[in-house]
Write a protein of this length. Structure first.
Length: 279
């Protein structure tokens, strides 16, 4: 059996991330990380659980080290540096979208958790950079007569929500938080993506020189389709949150079909209506 080709060129991704750390706009461009960090802090308050052995999977420890000073920080390598059942909280922070095996990443997080430990993964997904993807595709089709992978494909919530179940988590939940950002021009967006370490690291990317006219055409399309009344360019970012618990016997489980002790009609105090024949 042949394995599927990798989505991400991990060596190129590592170079992009290393280069991003020296970018003058690096600190400001990590605004998505700061949004995710703040939101996760609020979510953990709502969980109302004291965690004593957290771990954070991240390529940017300079941001996430302040999330929990007692947290173990590990890079988002394909093989995570986590030991079985040593953590009661694992945060997979802003890297799952680049994983060649996202389910495998989540399985490793689950194995690192103690029973009834919590895992939360947050990463860009859904409509993230949808405007840029559409404009580059239209411009490239017009300028070259073809298409090449330029923006990382983003998973949809209906598909991503199943990842936690496939990884063996109990009580899985998936939700999305949207963030709209405005730029004066496409160069501003490109600059942020470089400073984030989020430029094209797709394994199937086009390795040849890209004509400058393609980017000029893309900006013209962007201004035509996605400009604000003030002339700024809108860019959508969606942060996907996946939450699940390591299985434990104390957790709630759904009842078996047919095991109910009372009829729904009695609980609602309404007459029970039989289904029509053949229905």
């Amino acid at each position: 059996m042949t394995s599927a080709p990798p989505l991400t060129d991990r060596a190129t991704l590592a170079r992009h991330r290393a280069r991003a750390r020296h970018h003058p706009n690096h600190a400001d461009a990590l605004f998505l990380h700061r949004i995710a960090l703040s939101d996760l802090q609020e979510r953990l308050v709502e969980v109302n659980r004291t965690f004593t052995s957290p771990a954070i999977v991240t390529a940017f420890p300079e941001v996430w080290a302040g999330f929990r000073t007692d947290a173990v920080l590990v890079p988002d390598d394909e093989l995570l540096d986590l030991q079985p059942q040593m953590q009661d909280l694992v945060i997979h922070a802003m890297g799952l979208h680049w994983a060649n095996d996202p389910v495998g990443q989540l399985v490793q997080c689950r194995r690192a958790l103690k029973p009834d430990g919590l895992c939360i993964a947050v990463f860009p997904a859904g409509k993230t950079l949808g405007e840029l993807r559409a404009c580059l595709a239209e411009a490239e089709s017009c300028e070259t007569g073809g298409l090449s992978p330029r923006v990382l494909p983003m998973g949809e919530i209906r598909d991503l929500g199943a990842l936690m179940q496939r990884a063996g988590f109990a009580l899985p939940v998936a939700d999305v938080v949207a963030q709209d950002v405005q730029y004066r021009d496409l160069q501003g967006l490109y600059r942020d993506l470089r400073a984030m370490g989020e430029t094209n690291a797709l394994a199937a990317r086009w390795r040849r020189f890209t004509p400058r006219r393609l980017f000029a055409a893309a900006e013209a399309i962007y201004r035509s389709d996605f400009a604000t009344p003030e002339g700024h360019l809108r860019a959508t970012f969606e942060l996907q949150y996946l939450t699940g618990w390591a299985p434990h016997e104390s957790q709630q489980t759904p009842l078996r079909p047919g095991s109910a002790k009372a009829r729904l009609a009695d609980a609602l105090r309404v007459p029970e209506q039989p289904l029509p024949k053949g229905g």
